[in-house]
Design a protein around this ligand. Structure first.
Ligand code: NAI
Length: 462
């Protein structure tokens, strides 16, 4: 039997970060991973999708090169070679997952390859080997949810061509048509990518808006951009069955249908707990997720759950932060996570990024609020970049002008949101942003401008 201070199950952005942090703190640490290091994020999620997007961005830039005074390029010939793109994607994944392995090794973390299952609260079985640890962190992630609707063959016995985001990332041929079920983050990122690669995309979304958790004003702008690319977006449409390539849904009281050479299922993700033998522990669950308190402790002493498996906020950066917090708590410190200040980004062109409350949520919670807006069209750097679509919207409470929410739809949004996250963490006021010097020319100048607008008037907009 091997003994460790901390054993971590799962090598995604939650688990591997926790392992590094724990080892750096002088603990004897092991990490058990049945697949590839880096988890969904590096292998089937964030990294590969953004690699595909980069190629889309380049091809679009090449097509516009005349506008920028670049000659000598056959702009109209610009196209993406899928095999080359997949090769680049694989190389990037290999480099990054290799980097994770290197970091774990360099920090003295023992990595076991295999399935871990609980024998009791401090002992795991990994490929028949017993591993004992005073503390165990479960970081096993999530998998695509399945839609509980009848799925069958269509005419002439044609099977339903259903794929998830995992298979969509492996496609080497672009389907002529694609129906995407679910207009959430995955659905919309893939709708954008495949429409740009040449598919005729239809998104079927149950709610009245795509990206239901995003500020409505921002999603309305985003939906306009997506429709301008030829993407058909059908909202208020609940999918009821799938037969071969046909997706049936209820829309405005009638049954309608959309056909796709591929049907991408993007109706959420569910925590991954199979095979862990959690039943032996009597661990408290929250639906399919492992229930945790604000310190990431489960109901069983010494066992923590971080990342998608606890269902709190299914984002890679949340998982990493939870990993570090769980380790701090194991070390005897009392760290907590504030889920109200977790930023997110949606990678389209232009990008979306946000932190805090939407306008609707802020009105419900605070009643009177102040809202400031600023269009990217009034920003110099955005004009230089040739990407002036989008806006920023900030929400402050009127008494102390404390920041409640920041929502950006525009170029570099995902890189710019961190300033607002830090500001909110420091409980900064709108005035503290407007009196902070922002370098010029940068797109980030839209941030103080929007706060100026919330307080009264923007400088560079009438
Ligand atoms: P999601 O929960 O964001 O969206 C699922 C959508 O499917 C919802 O809008 C829902 O209303 C819709 N839906 C459910 N049942 C339906 C039905 N019968 N008919 C039509 N529509 C239906 O889940 P998604 O997009 O699959 O993403 C899973 C997780 O991965 C999320 O937690 C997300 O935050 C995370 N993720 C984050 C990314 C990022 O931060 N950039 C990128 C990709 C995923």
């Amino acid at each position: 039997m091997k003994n460790y201070d901390i054993a971590i199950i799962g090598g995604g952005p939650g688990g591997y970060v926790a392992a590094i942090k724990a080892a750096q703190s002088g603990k004897k640490v092991c990490l058990i991973e049945k697949g590839e290091l880096g988890g969904v994020c590096l292998n089937q999620g964030c990294i590969p999708t953004k690699t595909l997007l980069k190629s889309v961005e380049i091809v679009n830039a090449v097509r516009r090169c005349g506008e920028f005074g670049v000659s000598g390029v056959e702009a109209s010939q610009a196209a993406i070679k899928m095999d080359k793109l997949q090769e680049r994607k694989r190389a990037i994944i290999k480099k990054l997952t290799g980097g994770v392995g290197f970091l774990l090794q360099g920090n003295g973390v023992k990595v076991y390859r295999g399935n871990a299952s609980f024998m009791n609260r401090d002992t795991l079985n990994v490929n028949g080997e017993e591993i004992k640890a005073a503390n165990i962190i479960i970081a096993t992630g999530s998998q695509p949810a399945e839609l509980p609707v009848p799925i069958g063959a269509g005419e002439k016995g044609k099977q339903a061509p259903i794929i998830t985001s995992t298979e969509a990332l492996e496609l080497t041929e672009i389907p002529k048509t694609m129906v995407i079920i679910g207009g959430g983050v995955i659905g919309i990122e893939f709708a954008y990518i495949f429409a740009q690669l040449g598919s005729k995309v239809t998104v079927v979304e149950m709610m009245e808006h795509i990206l239901p958790m995003v500020d409505e004003e921002i999603t309305d702008e985003t939906a306009k951009m997506l429709k301008a690319l030829g993407i058909e977006i059908i909202t208020g449409a609940k999918v009821s069955r799938i037969a071969g390539p046909s997706v049936y849904f209820e829309h405005a009281g009638t049954e309608k249908t959309a056909q796709g050479a591929k049907i991408l299922m993007a109706v959420g993700r569910v925590p991954h707990t199979e095979g862990l033998n959690l039943e032996t522990l009597g661990l408290k669950m929250n639906g399919r997720a492992i229930a945790v308190d604000e310190h990431l402790r489960t109901s069983v002493q010494g066992i923590y759950a971080i990342g998608d498996v606890n269902g709190m906020s299914m984002l890679a950066h949340t998982a990493s932060m939870e990993g570090m917090i769980a380790v701090e708590n194991i070390l005897g410190h009392a760290f907590r996570i504030d889920y109200n200040r977790i930023p997110w980004g949606i990678y389209l062109q232009p990008e979306l990024a946000s932190v805090g409350l939407t306008e609707k949520q802020a009105r419900e919670k605070y009643g009177k609020i102040k809202v400031g807006r600023f269009p990217l069209a009034a920003n110099g750097k955005a004009a230089i970049e040739g990407e002036t679509r989008g806006m920023i919207k900030v929400i402050i409470e009127p008494r102390y002008n404390e920041i409640l929410g920041v929502h950006i739809y525009g170029i570099h949004a995902t890189d710019m949101i961190s300033e607002s996250v830090l500001a909110m963490n420091l409980e900064a006021t709108a005035e503290e942003i407007t009196t902070t010097v922002h370098p010029h020319p940068t797109v980030a100048e839209i941030i103080p401008e929007a706060f100026h607008a919330a307080l009264g008037k923007a400088i560079h907009f009438l």
